[in-house]
Write a protein that binds this ligand. Structure first.
Ligand SMILES: Cc1cc2nc3c(=O)[nH]c(=O)nc-3n(C[C@H](O)[C@H](O)[C@H](O)COP(=O)(O)OP(=O)(O)OC[C@H]3O[C@@H](n4cnc5c(N)ncnc54)[C@H](O)[C@@H]3O)c2cc1C
Length: 418
């Protein structure tokens, strides 16, 4: 695919005052009927549409987005990309996704700024070391990479971590070298442009208000811009999953919770990897603009509001200062919240639903950004072939009835603990 934003084009546009740029995608009116409708123009909806066209030749596709493309969680997250999971059902999928990240900018002809700067999960006890050793071995067995670091390794890799903290002394960490971060908006825009160029209609300001089902089969959707017929409909609406499921009369095992994120003032380079605290849920990295980007656990209560509360802010700041004391000197610039689609076992669902032709992509919890390419790859395969590929065989909707859950944290069936 021609690289619209390549060096020579940038040079030419610079010389002629940037007068030649065209919109990156069309703004079409919805057609009366499509082969496939994807509800939700976030990262997962856009990547699904892209791979439907690219991998399966299905281009009579519409992505219906109630707001603007990328206005949901895909543009609100802390951009960590990794595949350091314990359970086969997760590590198989997330490793596939990480491999797609590694070639994504070239594939899309769009710089998604994937930066494999590594992630280190720090541990603070012998038992946590055992658990991380097991996780690292499991990752290696599934083709991912993992290295166990001791205390000196942490000092070397992340000198600002308070290794000798008297309350939470650091014993070491599990490092995944190929992990890192990416630019979230660019990922949404890259997939949007790629899908549009292959003929997919991206329709913004188009809220799905009903899902039409006849004799147990999906036949289309109702929207604020009129009804649209479709042979197949895929849901990729993240924090709105339970609401949209309800439109089809589907009770789904998803709870929505708020997750907050924080950014500091811009600083000179001080953190070279993504690092996570093991004595509390806290993660931090430094963006290319210099801001420290960090977050922690959910706000705990159910909500569809994209804002959080102050007790969680206090908790996050405490964790930050315990882990990287230098942060106490830094000014916090801004914070925001996003609505997380939490599943009971903390792992995603990519599956058919009991309604024929209606497919579900949900339960991304904290981790759906890194899943963006993998999710589209696998969801498009499911929609095109009516059967899952091997990366998502365990991500079934009925696992909460059969008991074959993918309980990554061993936290049990409580949504807000994952
Ligand atoms: C603060 C925060 C930090 C995070 N950090 C990370 C991280 O570091 N790493 C990581 O991997 N993940 C992270 N995540 C999670 C990740 O962002 C999400 O799991 C992922 O973005 C969800 O998939 P999506 O991109 O498709 O969702 P979204 O971008 O939310 O897309 C869903 C879209 O559906 C649309 N929609 C909803 N209802 C309707 C309707 N009725 N009709 C039409 N459209 C509709 C919404 O408007 C939205 O645009 C974080 C999330 C938050 C909030």
């Amino acid at each position: 695919m021609a690289d619209q934003y390549g060096f020579w084009r940038l040079l030419a546009e610079g010389l002629r005052g940037h007068t030649g740029w065209k919109p990156a995608w069309r703004d079409p009116e919805p057609k009366a009927e499509y082969d496939v409708i994807i509800i939700g123009g976030g990262g997962h909806g856009l990547s699904t549409a892209y791979y439907l066209a690219k991998n399966h030749g299905i281009t009579n596709v519409a992505v219906l987005e109630k707001g603007y493309l990328g206005g949901g969680n895909v543009g609100r997250n802390t951009t960590i990309v990794r595949s350091n999971y314990l359970h086969t059902g997760n590590v198989l999928f997330y490793e596939k996704s990480l491999q797609l990240w590694e070639g994504l900018s070239n594939d899309l002809g769009y710089n998604v700024m994937f930066s494999p700067r590594s992630i280190i999960n720090v541990f603070h006890s012998d038992s946590a070391r055992d658990a991380d050793t097991r996780r690292g071995n499991q990752m290696i067995l599934h083709g991912a990479d993992a290295v166990l670091l001791n205390r000196e390794g942490i000092r070397r890799e992340a000198p600002l971590v308070d290794v000798d903290n008297p309350r939470f002394p650091v014993y070491g960490g599990l490092k995944q070298t190929r992990a890192g971060s990416a630019r979230h908006d660019a990922v949404a825009w890259g997939f949007a442009r790629g899908a549009d160029r292959r003929g997919v209609d991206l329709i913004q300001n188009c809220e799905v208000t009903g899902i039409d089902v006849r004799n147990g089969c999906v036949v289309g959707v109702q929207t604020n811009r009129g009804p649209i017929r479709a042979k197949k409909v895929g849901m990729a609406v993240a924090g709105n999953t339970s609401r949209v499921g309800k439109l089809a009369g589907l009770p789904l095992p998803i709870e929505s919770h708020v997750l907050q994120a924080f950014v500091s003032e811009g600083l000179k380079p001080m953190l070279h990897n993504v690092i996570t605290f093991g004595a509390g849920h806290f993660y931090i990295s430094q963006s290319d603009k210099g801001g420290l980007v960090f977050g922690a656990s959910l706000d705990g209560y159910n909500s569809y509001a994209q804002r959080g509360n102050l007790p969680r802010v206090e908790h996050v700041m405490e964790a930050a200062v315990s882990f990287v004391p230098a942060v106490s000197k830094v000014r916090m610039l801004r914070s925001w919240g996003g609505v997380m689609d939490m599943s009971p076992d903390g792992s995603p669902i990519i599956d058919k639903t009991p309604i024929e032709g209606l497919y579900l992509n949900a339960g991304w919890c904290y981790g759906g950004f890194k899943a963006t390419p993998g999710s589209g790859w696998c969801f498009s395969h499911l929609i095109a072939n009516d059967s899952p590929n091997h990366h998502i065989e365990q991500m079934r909707l009925d696992r909460f009835e059969t008991g074959y859950v993918i309980d990554e944290l061993g936290a049990g069936a409580q949504h807000n603990l994952h």
